[in-house]
Design a protein around this ligand. Structure first.
Ligand SMILES: [Zn+2]
Length: 103
C-alpha cells in the first residue's frame, strides 16, 4: 500500500538522523577545540597569560580548558592545555591553585 509506513522505517529514520546529529556535534567539538590556542602564551602578543578562576558555566569546561587573561594587551579568552600538561595533571605534579582549596 503506497504512502504507508512501518515502525521499522521509523526506527531506521530515527537511527540515521540521530547518527548524523551525533557526528555533526562531535565534529563541531573537534573543530572548536582545534581552533583554541594551545599553551599559555597570548595569541595576540605572545606574552605569558594568567589563568582566571573559573566561575559559573566555565567550570563545565573541565580541566582541559582554562580561562586566560593577558596582562600585556588585555586579551581574555579560553586556551587549551597541551597533552603534556594533561599528563602532568594525571600524575599530580601540577600544584593546585590556592583558590581551589576553598571549596
Ligand atoms: Zn597579549
Amino acid at each position: 500500500m503506497p504512502g504507508s509506513w512501518t515502525w521499522t522505517d521509523a526506527a531506521i529514520f530515527i537511527a540515521v538522523f540521530t547518527g548524523i546529529r551525533i557526528a555533526v556535534i562531535w565534529m563541531a567539538t573537534q573543530i572548536f577545540t582545534a581552533i583554541l590556542p594551545e599553551g599559555d602564551a597570548c595569541p595576540v602578543c605572545n606574552a605569558e597569560t594568567y589563568a582566571l578562576e573559573r566561575q559559573g558555566i566555565w567550570k563545565a569546561l573541565g580541566p582541559r580548558f582554562r580561562r586566560s587573561f593577558c596582562i600585556g594587551c588585555g586579551w581574555d579568552g579560553v586556551m587549551r592545555r597541551s597533552d603534556a600538561w594533561m599528563a602532568m595533571l594525571k600524575e599530580r605534579r601540577v600544584p593546585k591553585a590556592p583558590s581551589a582549596k576553598r571549596r
